[in-house]
Design a protein around this ligand. Structure first.
Ligand SMILES: [Zn+2]
Ligand SMILES: [Zn+2]
Length: 444
């Protein structure tokens, strides 16, 4: 598959048709048309790559074959590729004279779940995850990101007379477990390679294709997890007076913890606690010794985050104390921070993307989901993360009217329409990167 794909990628002399305009205002309409011409010949290859990756997804830190496919593509385009950064990640560098270094990130990983789309290229692959066999699916759409990433790399190299500097394309493992960005950083992403001046990333979602959604400032939530073990004293279900019942304590906690959201947190601020798992007990007539509760905590602002953590801890202790039980083991694990979109980077990209996409480039509220792309901004790189839709706009409109949402990310039915989605991803990312090169050139 790899060899056939590579040979399809014939270089297009885009540079010949567009004069160098790095210091002047660009003719964005012409530029967009040039990108469209490039995509016309590149798309069949991107489509095949997308469907291949979609059919053979890999989980966090297991993305060996996926990374190898991307590495081969990037080498064929002319990038210098280093593999095995942050275990399975890769860094691809393309130098094109003096100028800033601009990073573009894709994720590599998929999810431990069954795909139920019925698509001809649906995944039926299985792997071992936490000691158990599981089906694997690209239900978060990271395969769309990979195809768009390759497409943008190819397009930018085709346009290399239009910019000067260094492209740093990174493929990050393990986004779904919130660990891959940090793994790459601790493995020397910004010390063994140039620290980028700007960074861009994108994510797909159940909106209309051809549209781009963005915002300044907070773009996604802080994501923390909770793991609480309530200790009781097990015994016969018919003699509860001889026991301390941890099932009841856990049930009380699951309900009462929502009062942290409804009564303690400022109602105008975003905050969510969701309990995703309760593990305890073996039979109908045995009160178990322990019950374990797992959940997720989401917020935008640091002060809301701190308040929620304190409230959850207090509620867990109080639920146990009410039953005279020992103090529970409470673990709140801080995960990804909120993505912060740099106002200057967004303002730069905004001008070009608005000129190219008109009112299909629009602001959106921050996502309640989380993203470890935030680690790159936290490491000091001004960045922008934007979203693209994946479904037929008419389908989205009628779904909105009927009140039945279309399958979103992490749904077994999430099924992006590849061509318009990838084409939008490539076009938007290429223009965003060019805008950052322009901004730097103007600032000199
Ligand atoms: Zn996801
Ligand atoms: Zn994702």
């Amino acid at each position: 598959m790899k060899e056939i794909l590579t040979s399809l990628f014939t270089s297009i002399a885009l540079c010949a048709v567009l004069p160098l305009q790095a210091h002047a205002e660009r003719d964005v309409v012409k530029l967009k048309a040039a990108i469209a011409t490039s995509l016309e010949s590149d798309y069949p290859k991107l489509d095949a790559l997308y469907k291949d990756i979609h059919a053979h997804p890999e989980l966090a830190f297991q993305e060996v074959k996926t990374a190898a496919k991307l590495a081969a593509e990037m080498r064929a385009i002319g990038f210098e590729v280093t593999e095995g950064i942050g275990k399975t990640g890769l860094v691809a560098i393309y130098k094109n004279g003096d100028g800033p270094t601009i990073m573009v990130r894709t994720e590599l990983d998929a999810l431990p779940m069954e795909e139920k789309t019925g698509l001809p290229y649906a995944s039926r692959d299985k792997t071992t995850w936490n000691g158990r066999e599981t089906l694997v699916a690209h239900s978060c759409g990271h395969d769309i990101h990979m195809a768009s990433w390759i497409g943008a790399a190819k397009t930018l190299v085709g346009l290399k007379d239009q910019w000067q500097g260094t492209l740093m394309f990174i493929a990050q493992p393990a986004e779904e477990v919130g660990a891959g960005a940090m793994a790459m950083l601790t493995d020397g992403l910004f010390t063994r390679f140039p620290k980028p001046d700007f960074a861009f990333g994108l994510h797909d979602g159940p909106g209309p294709y051809g549209f781009i959604f963005y915002r300044v400032g907070i773009g996604s939530s802080n994501s923390d997890s909770l793991a609480i073990t309530f200790h009781g004293r097990g015994g016969h279900g018919a003699a509860p007076q001889q026991t301390i019942d941890p099932v009841m304590i856990a049930a009380r906690f699951v309900l009462d913890v929502q009062s942290v959201i409804s009564r303690e947190k400022d109602p105008t601020e975003f905050g969510v606690v969701s309990i995703g798992a309760i593990h305890g007990g073996t039979a109908e007539n045995i009160i178990p010794d322990d019950v374990r509760v797992l959940g997720t905590i989401r917020s935008f602002k640091p002060e809301v985050r701190t308040k929620m953590h304190a409230g959850i801890e207090r509620t867990a202790n109080a639920a146990a104390a009410m039953s005279g039980a020992p103090a529970p083991d409470i673990r709140i694990i801080e995960g990804a921070k909120a993505v912060m979109n740099d106002p200057a980077v967004v303002a730069t990209a905004e001008t070009m993307l608005r000129a190219a996409f008109g009112d299909r480039f629009m602001t959106s509220p921050p996502a309640t989901a989380s993203e470890d792309f935030s680690e790159f901004a936290s490491a000091g790189v001004p960045s922008m993360f934007f979203n693209i839709g994946v479904y037929d706009p008419e389908r989205v409109a009628s779904a909105r009217k009927s009140g039945t949402p279309l399958p979103g990310n992490h749904s077994p039915l999430f099924a992006p329409v590849p061509k318009p989605t990838i084409e939008t991803g490539v076009t938007a990312m290429t223009l965003a990167v060019l805008s950052a090169f322009d901004q730097h050139a103007r600032g000199r």
